[in-house]
Design a protein around this ligand. Structure first.
Ligand code: NDP
Ligand code: HSE
Length: 435
């Protein structure tokens, strides 16, 4: 049986998970692939760092160059993370003609174009299944299973940490900080966790999916991104009363405006409770993918954690091993640029529905003042709730807003915020109807 030698850089949460999964099912993989997979070296930062699963001591080194420079290693697995030294490691491995497997969405988001150009130059492949949605085979599905499709829309719950936090806040009324600490304990969160909470991890992932689906590498600076810090218990409760659940959603949607393009964005979104994405809870991720030929499809699974992510890493290792076994690239390449005029539509031009919560003084005429500003901006209000039982200097006033552009909404809210009867910055979330 042919043998493919593996070198791994990083033996932390995911790296040790990969090693453990290989120990458990490496024999099964060999039987299925007709290729024996053998670990030759694993680089870590420190020998003494505690690991979720042990890695054989004789394989460990603290010099990552021993991995990329080993002529016997065919496939390099990068599981260090970040955009600094990891970039040097990946480029060094590709330059030596080695296939690279990475779970590093931050790196791909920031430098994907350059990395795929380096892979093309060296003739090696760069695989990245584990970079989006943990164990869900979403990359391979878009790339191969849906090769005959265009993608009118992809909606993804792509950050396990945020979904875990939002789900527990909703179900248990739990405090944000306590739930975040639990997500960190489980190994779901990035270091630092702000990458998750502020929406950047989801930005990296939806950018990768949009790039793959639409055939141009999306510049992450063009992805409108909002995190979950402003989602409070009170908004969850009002959303629930209105028939919605709040989820952090990554969206990649074709927009047929005067100048067509793709909306690529991340923000907390009100999803109708009846929609399947509303019931995706905990660390689970899901991607609702609409293909022009296949129609609606749904992918669901664990979006983070050592074992689920290891499953995705090893699926890339399997593809890399088959490339080597067949001495040819028999599959669709990991990323193919095919839309040179691809464009991200600016957020201001995106039309949406909205949930807005104002904190206002409780006296007659307040609603009239607010609705006059919306009316002047030609923005329609679809419903109003002013719940009773709130005492104090200000009370909540909730408005559901008909379709309006983000630019129009932004300007109207700026004007409303300046009204003396409005006591705090309005809270605004977009509403997705999946039309
Ligand atoms: P960890 O922090 O747990 O592991 C990082 C590993 O890199 C550690 O083993 C560390 O060594 C090693 N390392 C750091 N610097 C160096 C260096 N200079 N040379 C050699 N080794 C080094 O991170 P995760 O395993 O959580 O994440 C790895 C990647 O996977 C990231 O890109 C992350 O975004 C991605 N990912 C993570 C998921 C998760 O659920 N955690 C899910 C999907 C993707 P040491 O152990 O000695 O400190
Ligand atoms: N921090 C990431 C998440 C890990 O919570 O989704 C998986 O990519």
């Amino acid at each position: 049986m042919q043998q493919v030698n593996l070198g791994m850089i990083g033996g932390g949460t995911v790296g040790s998970g990969v090693f453990h999964a290989w120990q458990t099912n490496g024999g099964l993989m060999a039987a299925r692939l007709g290729v024996k997979l053998v670990f030759r070296r694993v680089a870590v930062k420190s020998f003494d760092e505690p690991r979720p699963y042990p890695i054989a001591r004789e394989l460990l080194t603290t010099d990552w160059q021993e991995v990329v420079n080993d002529a016997e290693i065919h496939v390099v697995i990068e599981l260090v993370g970040g955009t600094g030294i990891a970039k040097t490691m990946v480029l060094a491995a590709l330059a030596r003609g080695k296939t690279v497997v990475t779970a590093n969405k931050a790196l791909l988001s920031a430098h994907g174009k350059e990395l795929f150009a380096a892979a093309a130059k060296s003739g090696a492949n760069l695989y990245y299944e584990a970079s989006v949605c943990g164990g869900i085979p979403i990359i391979k599905s878009l790339r191969e299973g849906f090769v005959a499709n265009q993608f009118p829309a992809i909606y993804g719950i792509v950050n396990g940490t945020c979904n875990y936090i939002l789900s527990r806040m909703k179900a248990e009324g739990a405090e944000f900080a306590d739930v975040l600490a639990d997500a960190q304990k489980h190994g779901y969160a990035e270091t630092p966790p702000d990458l998750d909470i502020d929406g950047f991890d989801a930005q990296h992932k939806i950018g990768i999916l949009a790039s793959l689906a639409h055939g141009f590498w999306v510049d992450h600076h063009q992805i409108h991104t909002e995190g979950i810090r402003d989602v409070s218990k009170i908004d969850m409760e009002f959303a629930e009363k209105l028939g919605y659940t709040i989820k952090l959603l990554g969206i990649a949607k074709q927009i047929s405006a005067k100048k067509p393009g793709v909306q690529v964005s991340v923000y907390p979104t009100l999803i109708p409770n009846a929609h399947v994405l509303a019931s995706v809870n905990g660390v689970f991720n899901a991607c609702f993918v609409q293909g022009d030929i296949v129609g609606d499809t749904l992918f669901y699974g664990r979006g983070a954690g050592k074992d689920a992510t290891a499953s995705a890493v090893l699926s890339d290792v399997a593809d890399a091993a088959l490339d080597l076994k067949n001495n040819a690239k028999t599959r669709v390449l990991p990323f193919v640029a095919h839309a040179w005029n691809g464009r991200v539509v600016p957020m201001d031009d995106i039309v949406s529905r909205y949930y807005v919560r104002f904190s206002v003084v409780d006296k007659p005429g307040v609603l009239a003042k607010i609705s006059a500003i919306f009316a002047a901006a030609k923005i329609g209000i679809s419903s109003v709730i002013q719940p009773e039982g709130h005492a104090g200097e200000s009370v909540p006033l909730i408005l559901m807003i008909h379709d309006a552009s983000n630019a129009a909404m932004r300007k109207a809210l700026a004007k409303i915020s300046r009204l003396p009867v409005v006591k705090a910055k309005p809270v605004m979330f977009r509403v997705e109807s999946f039309d």
